[in-house]
Design a protein around this ligand. Structure first.
Ligand code: SF4
Length: 376
């Protein structure tokens, strides 16, 4: 059976954070219509594609899925289970924001089958949380993780953001130290990115906020890698670190070029060399579901050349390029064209070759995008 991952986008949020460019809305009036549309979409793809597939991961992302009631999330999970075959060791993740859950609600999420939480902490420093316009404070962040563990979650990711304006190295290390005091198995550490169309972008353009430079960003990134590896968190992708055995199955499905189906607004899907994406508008999505039975806004067929490019990019950023897998899927041409460069990068300690797998080293991760640009 072919392995597949499923993603469900829950777009509702309390407010819009200044740096956020995900599709999210603060108006909840269409909540129940959205649930109906998602159920209809599950029914559509379930009937088309489920028999020969085994679901290895379900990921509720957003938006703020933890804002919804456990019944709401449970209804979606039940619909998925009606149409898809779930692996016995399936990973089911709920993105969770501190300030939206208490212990009782966490227990209810655990009881409906959620077995992994990804908690958007971002920082343990009050001024940084205020700057990011998060709704929680540092104590609520700590309490959420502790209560999640008490509620029975043994697989907890924590998201942090570094290189905030004026963030000192000491402050960033403080955030990492605080994270280490909590019962987590995984950390996603992202550099603050200025995305077009965000409130933060406007603040920078208006001269109200100054971003730090790229060299400082690279320094903080290298500090992060060394720090987390020293604590036993193995880097398995540019921004992701896990204790052994706790790498995110869902992330690995994306980076391993496996098939996935996304449900809901702005969700992307990739199946049998075709990619499609849904409307990034709740009204347009619901209208399309009502009229056509699918919420697709656009699609493209991925050529072999694009598939090769994506395979190299995604695997190098994560578990490494398996040369035998590469040859099996795309032939030997790419390796022949890039062999000299690969050897140079190994000699300069940006890459290492291990049992036929070409992987980035810690210094290689820091210049990953540059490396990718130079391949033929
Ligand atoms: S809570 Fe998350 S999805 Fe919602 S606005 Fe903030 S960053 Fe975006």
């Amino acid at each position: 059976m072919k392995e597949i991952a499923l993603y469900i986008h829950i777009p509702f949020c309390d407010h819009k954070c200044i740096y956020c460019d995900f599709y999210s809305i603060t108006n909840y009036t269409n909540e129940s219509n959205y649930l109906k549309a998602i159920s209809q979409e599950i029914n559509h793809y379930g009937n088309l594609n489920s028999e020969d597939k085994k679901v290895i991961s379900v990921f509720f992302g957003g938006g703020t899925p933890s804002f919804m009631s456990p019944e709401y999330i449970g209804t979606i999970l039940n619909e998925l289970m009606r149409y898809f075959h779930f692996a016995y060791d399936i990973e089911i993740t709920l993105e969770t924001n501190p300030g939206t859950v208490d212990k009782k609600k966490l227990i209810q999420f655990r009881n409906i089958g959620i077995n992994r939480l990804s908690v958007g902490i971002q920082s343990f420093i009050e001024e940084e949380l205020k700057f990011l316009t998060r709704i929680h404070d540092a104590d609520t962040a700590r309490r959420t993780i502790i209560e999640a563990k008490e509620a029975g979650f043994d697989n907890i990711n924590l998201d942090l953001i570094f290189n905030l304006p004026k963030q000192s190295k000491e402050n960033w290390l403080y955030n990492l130290d605080e994270a280490m005091k909590l019962p987590i198995t995984h950390i996603s550490a992202y550099s603050l990115i200025l995305e077009a169309g965000t409130i933060l972008n406007k603040m920078v353009l208006d001269g109200k906020v100054e971003m730090q430079d790229e060299d400082y960003d690279a320094e903080l990134y290298e500090i992060t890698i060394k720090y987390l590896e020293g604590k036993g968190f193995r880097q398995y992708e540019v921004s992701n670190f896990a204790l052994p055995g706790f790498e995110c199955v869902h992330n690995n499905a994306y980076w391993g070029s496996k098939d996935y189906i996304g449900f809901g607004t702005s969700a992307h899907s990739y199946l049998n060399s075709k990619r499609w994406w849904n409307y990034s508008s709740l009204n347009l999505y619901i209208e399309a579901m009502n009229k056509k039975g699918i919420g697709v806004a656009g699609s493209e067929l991925i050529s072999m050349e694009q598939q090769l490019e994506e395979y190299v990019m995604l695997s190098l950023r994560s578990s490494g390029i398996s040369l035998s897998e590469l040859e099996k899927r795309f032939g030997g041409e790419w390796f022949n064209k890039n062999e000299i460069l690969l050897n140079q990068l190994v000699n300069s300690n940006y890459l290492r070759k291990d049992a036929g797998i070409v992987k980035l080293t810690a210094s290689g991760y820091a210049i990953c995008d540059e490396i990718l640009k130079n391949f033929d």
